[in-house]
Ligand binder design. Structure first.
Ligand SMILES: *Cc1c(COP(=O)(O)O)cnc(C)c1O
Length: 404
């Protein structure tokens, strides 16, 4: 059992009011809130050892370098990567995916196939479309089913020796579906395809073991796992990170530079050109420490309780339809009520201090599938409570009465 009351004390923002009401934050799938230990890590860095890393002989630079590299090792351990240099710190999931897509531009050939899923975030669609434009490769899609799951028969049919890359999210941000990535990775590898998993939405609930999964790449964002914005994690197998060319040129990523020829630094520096988000990297490590101390099994179990409770309560509302009804879901509930526009519901809930997301959730193909403009999305975290869900459902009932 989680001591949620005690956990809530760790998050200063949960004490504030919005529009005269206590904040109820149900937009965790967009970004998580920040515990005091992470805020402290940021303040400590800028107050006590702010310096540029890796090149300085002076003490501050050494301290900052040590803290940054310690964070990398924390991340390595969290994901069970074989080597610390298989962890590349980026500016976010989007940046990490673009880095990999850029690298494959010199590897992929015309007519070869790339497979993405219909449940992807735009950031796991658009970079691959750009890659196809550059290389002449062909983009194929694993379709979704009515319940918001991937059509695995269609996936099986898409497997061929011509398939080179597969991109799937571990969890859909719009619907919460947990995808069968173990199976997808295993089957894709049988035909020699490389697999990138977008874990941005899974990592707040699940501790992935990249070696057990045998993922070639696994990416996520720190700001969804109690860390700061502007930091992403790219795990890549050593053989792939060695094979891919650098993404950006500049300082830090070089070995020798002359106007005749430049040689690149080894991993991970080859992919970390320029001064990185030093403080952000360190704070990311602090966020993972915080969540690991609570325990991901405890987090997942409690959030599942919230999901079941919230689903039951919401379905009491007449005309409410939930999109994404897989038995394997994280605590995301995407819904509409009758023909009421999601934006109108979101606006009234905000007046009551309740933060939900409305719209297409950067996943327009899913909205097209259901033929809707968008949904209202409530996403729960381990610091949310059943009482908050009660207040939310009561507020939603009020909104529905006002709008219908
Ligand atoms: C949030 C999210 C992204 C984008 O992450 P950024 O931090 O905005 O780069 C990509 N994919 C999924 C599944 C997400 O939930």
């Amino acid at each position: 059992m989680l001591d949620v009351k005690k956990i809530r004390e760790d998050f200063p923002i949960l004490k504030r009011e919005v529009n005269g009401n206590p904040l109820i934050y149900f937009d965790n799938a967009a970004t998580s809130q920040t515990p005091q230990v992470v805020i402290d890590a940021i303040v400590d860095y800028y107050s006590n050892y702010n310096a540029n890393i890796h090149r300085g002989v002076h003490s501050l630079s050494q301290e900052a370098t040590d803290a940054y590299e310690e964070a990398r090792i924390k991340i390595q351990k969290h994901f069970n990567a074989a080597k610390p240099y298989e962890i590349i710190l980026t500016a976010g999931t989007t940046h990490a995916i673009n880095l990999v897509a850029h690298g494959f531009a010199s590897i992929l050939k015309e007519g070869e196939e790339i497979l993405v899923s219909a449940l992807e975030h735009h950031s796991n669609i658009v970079p691959w479309q750009m890659l196809c434009e550059k290389t002449g490769a062909i983009l194929k899609v694993i379709p979704q089913t009515e319940s918001g799951e991937l059509d695995m028969d269609a996936f099986a049919k898409a497997l061929s020796p011509n398939l080179k890359l597969v991109f799937v999210n571990h969890v859909s941000n719009a619907l919460g579906t947990i995808n069968p990535i173990e199976h997808i990775i295993k089957e894709a590898h049988k035909v020699g395809a490389t697999v990138l998993i977008d874990g941005a939405q899974a990592t707040p609930h699940i501790k992935p073991d990249v070696q057990a999964l045998d993922a070639d790449f696994y990416v996520c964002s720190a700001h969804k796992i109690c860390g700061p914005t502007g930091v992403g994690i790219l795990y890549g197998k050593e053989e792939w990170l060695t094979k891919l060319p650098p993404y950006q040129g500049g300082g830090e990523m070089i070995d020798q530079v002359s106007f005749e020829k430049t040689t690149y630094a080894g991993l991970p520096h080859k992919f970390e050109a320029g001064t990185p988000n030093i403080c952000g990297g360190i704070a990311t490590g602090a966020g993972l420490d915080y969540m690991n101390a609570i325990g991901f099994d405890n987090i997942a179990r409690y959030e599942d309780e919230l999901l079941q409770y919230g689903t039951e309560k919401l379905l009491e509302i007449e005309g409410l339809k939930i999109y994404g009804t897989s038995a394997h879901k994280t605590a995301v509930i995407s819904f509409n009520v009758g023909n009421i526009h999601p934006y109108d519901i979101g606006t009234i809930l905000d007046k009551l201090g309740i933060a939900v997301r409305t719209g297409h959730h950067c996943a327009q193909p899913i909205m097209e599938y259901y033929k809707i403009p968008g949904t209202v999305r409530a996403s729960f975290s381990f610091y949310n409570t059943k009482e908050e869900i009660d207040t939310f459902v009561a507020g939603l009932k009020r909104a529905v009465t006002m709008l219908s």
